[in-house]
Design a protein around this ligand. Sequence first.
Ligand SMILES: [Zn+2]
Ligand SMILES: [Zn+2]
Length: 323
Amino acid sequence: MNLAKEVFEKLPQPNQSEYTTIIHCYGLNGMGTQAIELYYKMPIEFRDEGIYISVLNACSHSGLVQEARSIFQTIQKKTEKIYSTMIDCLSRASLFEEAQKLIDEYDQDHLPSIVMYTALLSGARKFKNTKLSQNVFDRMEKLFPRMTSVLTSAAVLLANTYASAGDMDKASEIRNKLNKSGQKKQMGITSTVVNGISYEFRAYDRSHPRSKEIYAECEKLSAELLQHGHKYDSSWITRPIDPDETVESVLSTHSEKLAIAWNFVVNPGASSIQLNKNLRICDDCHRATKLIAAIRKCEIIARDANRIHHFTTDGKCSCNDYF
Ligand SMILES: [Zn+2]
Ligand SMILES: [Zn+2]
């Protein structure tokens, strides 16, 4: 990021796409304030859909709702993507009524957009709001009956919301229905490059030949986490727990944590780790990774489905916990 910033600052007259790129980068790295500053500094004639989306996204990922509102209001031609980004921003901040109002406003003279409903559903999941989740999901089923793959992901989100709110019965009811209809949830996979070789991990994965060492490292990490005040949050367990498992044993072997452990098995004194996760990182892994970065004095950079998280050795993440 610093390099990108340096390169950008040396450009005598950045063009539109260079502005879009750097604002987008600021957004990905949780630098919302810088993104907004640049947005107001750049030539007004450069403002187009791409710029609006980048700057609104940057606000969204840094929790700068008021700033996003002000920018959104000034946009003359609001496209579907611009609306969706704003709805995502409001939903992440739990401003569901306002988000719903925007959806209604858009639906008045457009065909309804499934992306907007999905943003609302993700926000409801984050805040464990089962009532809203169920309402949004029902509406999605009615409005988009043929969009099976999106509806499947939506159903998984709904089940996870019930599970995180403690209603395991309702969660498994939805999952059973999904299994019967043959729709499978996408598996979470974290990949990491260690000493030039790429490795992939799934949750509870024991397929690695050095799995024993990895699990021993996970236990060590887990003990350190607990010592430093980490509380495992059972609401992020989205499947039934077997009798020989505990909340800790399930959460401490999520794919992200296995990948981190593998790095420390190979390089016990690692000072930097890079991860790639195909889905969104879970809240428990996010909190744990912040602590691990601080305890082990090791920078961890994790790209997930939404953004890049830069966990620094002071125990913070660049996303400011907006993800
Ligand atoms: Zn996790
Ligand atoms: Zn983060």
